[in-house]
Design a protein around this ligand. Structure first.
Ligand SMILES: C[S@@+](CC[C@H](N)C(=O)[O-])C[C@H]1O[C@@H](n2cnc3c(N)ncnc32)[C@H](O)[C@@H]1O
Length: 331
């Protein structure tokens, strides 16, 4: 297998962008340890993490649940005859969690910078609990320092700004462009320059016959709270090259429509949180007390979940989500 030249593709901010995965993984690890959701696998990738503020833990809970809700709807609709492609996957563990809940989809592919995928591959190789689930099907696992190919799991190092390289990698993963496919991007597009992001979204919309895109990231970035968030990230060396699409729910959806996706909807994380079942919300609200909820509300108003689709099969994915949201908003 060909390994990827890490240095040649680097932009000045990539180091800082890659480090955002450590932050996200740390936060997920902390929330899991406190019992916000179950994840037996994140601990292999992050051994220990500092305790985070309750607002952060609740924010991550809504983020993980929101993405999961979309994925579950998609799996139900396709009866698992589908592909999942996680763009900028970091150390996300959804592949293993889905396996544990009995899902066996046709192809699960993860993509990130080679520096990140090399660390993920190394950890998977060293831990039976992770590797065993990839082996579980009959068949061998092919490895390079940055890439791994199992029977239905693939992880590969690639810069998502390089479409030729991406095309090549998806072919190595035996992605079938005719099969229903869901893309997940959790806090990834915001780090990609607007033109590169448009190229990526256009290419995906043109290449896949039937696809759904689930995008979690910042929104409402043009107010004072947004300024503070941006300055914090910039102080850590992240340029936030894709911030122009994070100004409002409207800019989040129009980006997809302008790039050839047939439809798109977006909700801020206050709405997404309200769409989670009341019993589940009650459970996690008892894990840690919040003296006041203003900061959590402000944070939640500055992140969103946007869904876009290509092809007719998933036209109603937004309606299903919305119905659930409005019915729960009445509570
Ligand atoms: C904030 S982290 C999120 C990781 C993971 N999605 C999660 O939520 O746990 C952003 C991830 O996007 C990846 N990323 C950003 N720009 C990328 C690019 N141009 N190509 C590949 N990966 C990229 C980073 O390396 C990092 O792992």
């Amino acid at each position: 297998m060909r390994s990827y030249s890490v240095e040649s593709a680097f932009h000045p901010c990539d180091e800082a962008v890659i480090a955002t995965n450590d932050d996200a993984s740390d936060c997920k690890r902390c929330a899991v340890r406190l019992g916000y959701w179950k994840d037996e696998y994140i601990g292999y990738f992050v051994r220990s993490s500092e305790r985070k503020a309750p607002e952060i833990n609740r924010g991550y809970f809504a983020r993980v649940k929101g993405v999961e809700m979309c994925v579950e709807k998609f799996l139900k609709k396709t009866n698992d005859k589908c592909q999942i492609i996680n763009l900028g996957c970091g150390f996300d563990t959804l592949y293993w969690r889905l396996k544990d809940s009995g899902h066996n989809i046709i192809n699960y592919t993860e993509l990130d910078f080679p520096t990140v995928t090399a660390r993920k591959c190394y950890t998977i190789k060293r831990n039976k609990a992770l590797l065993g689930k990839i082996h579980a099907e009959d068949g061998e696992v092919k490895l390079s320092p940055t890439d791994m190919h199992g029977p239905n799991y693939h992880i590969m190092g690639v810069d998502l700004r390089n479409i030729d390289e991406l095309d090549n990698k998806l072919q190595q993963a035996e992605i079938d462009y005719k099969l229903p496919t869901i893309f997940i991007a959790e806090c990834v597009l915001v780090y990609i320059e607007a033109q590169n992001c448009r190229n990526l979204l256009k290419w995906l919309a043109g290449r896949f016959e039937s696809a759904v895109f689930v995008n979690f990231e910042q929104v409402n970035m043009n107010d004072r709270f947004g300024d503070v968030m941006l300055n914090n990230l910039r102080a850590r060396g992240c340029s936030l090259a894709g911030i122009d699409s994070c100004l409002s729910l409207e800019t989040q959806t129009s980006r997809f429509l302008e790039c050839g996706w047939s439809g798109s909807r977006a909700w801020d994380m206050v709405q997404v949180y309200q769409s989670i079942s009341p019993s589940e919300r009650q459970r996690i609200e008892h894990i840690e007390m919040l003296d006041e909820t203003e900061l959590l509300t402000q944070l939640s108003q500055h992140y969103c979940l946007a869904v876009a689709w290509v092809g007719e099969l998933f036209q109603d994915i937004e309606i299903t989500v919305e119905k659930r949201m409005s019915s729960l908003n009445i509570d």
